[in-house]
Design a protein around this ligand. Sequence first.
Ligand SMILES: Cc1cc2nc3c(=O)[nH]c(=O)nc-3n(C[C@H](O)[C@H](O)[C@H](O)COP(=O)(O)OP(=O)(O)OC[C@H]3O[C@@H](n4cnc5c(N)ncnc54)[C@H](O)[C@@H]3O)c2cc1C
Length: 326
Amino acid sequence: MSARYSNRVGLNKVRCFVASLSLKEPILKLSQSPQMKGFVTTNRLGRVVARRFVAGETVEDAVKASREMNQQGLHVSLDHLGENTSNVDEANHATGEALEILDVIAREKLDANISVKLTSMGQDIDYDLCYQNILRVVRKAKAQDDTFVRLDMEASAYTQRTLDLFCNLWEEGHHNVGVVLQSYLYRTEKDVEAMIKLGARVRLCKGAYLEPAEVAYQEKAEVDRNYLRCMERLMSEGNYPGLATHDEKIIEHAINYATRNKITADKFEFQMLYGVRRDLQKRLVHQGYNVRAYIPYGSEWYPYLMRRMAERPANLFFIASQFWKG
Ligand SMILES: Cc1cc2nc3c(=O)[nH]c(=O)nc-3n(C[C@H](O)[C@H](O)[C@H](O)COP(=O)(O)OP(=O)(O)OC[C@H]3O[C@@H](n4cnc5c(N)ncnc54)[C@H](O)[C@@H]3O)c2cc1C
């Protein structure tokens, strides 16, 4: 038996073993562990794996990845990684990074908008601090070609606060900003209706955090069904929804729903994560759909990487294969 063959057999065994485990919850719990963070982020293998999902640590890396995506016909949303800042300096720093990337988008003429997490801008510290920070970003984005700012949605403890802050921005006339709703939350159908009424732009995703049964569906089939319900409402009545998913069945459903209801391809966009299902991203572009790649960059990649691992524990197989390569 050749060494190559036995390596392949070994990798297949790892793949089967990983696929048989229920790892979502433990991985998401580890995403909160400072010890694990220290271990993974200082480890060469950790960095190699992160590069599959993160464009790099610098603005230059983000620009390079964005250019590549734009050249392939994809729009981009840039996210400077960071969340749950615990002091004012860090929150101001995160705001500075968002302001900087807006300059870079304009200077480099990228087809890009930005995504931000309010907890990176002080949501855990003080409402006014966070509001003033995001206001600076939204105003600057508006002044620069009406660039769009997406408020990412974090764990359910932040849902109401994020929507409240969004509504305050909206009422003050800042309409180059939109929200994210997660189909795993029971409340989302109602939030979808509220956003439709407002005329606000929504990104619909399934949701990436560990949520209890009090607030969220626990079964994938229920999350998917709710996604379809919310998606149909947003496609029919919403304002240019972003359908953020790599789920081919849902994407097919969206395409069929659009055809049946004469919703043209310029009325919505598909959104996918950098490094996930690039084949599908390209295929949809070729079919004439708007597709936006979410490109994260920066040094604070650990929790983001762990959420990607939790979504598809078979990604651990990718780690194993890197380890095997030495
Ligand atoms: C553009 C974008 C923005 C997002 N923003 C948010 C946000 O603000 N808040 C939030 O809570 N969540 C966000 N998410 C994450 C989202 O909630 C899901 O956790 C994630 O998209 C996986 O769900 P899915 O819809 O792809 O379906 P799933 O049923 O999880 O996956 C369907 C298929 O997609 C592929 N796939 C999915 N995830 C991965 C992965 N990590 N690695 C490799 N393959 C994968 C697999 O082939 C899988 O079988 C975002 C997702 C996208 C695409």
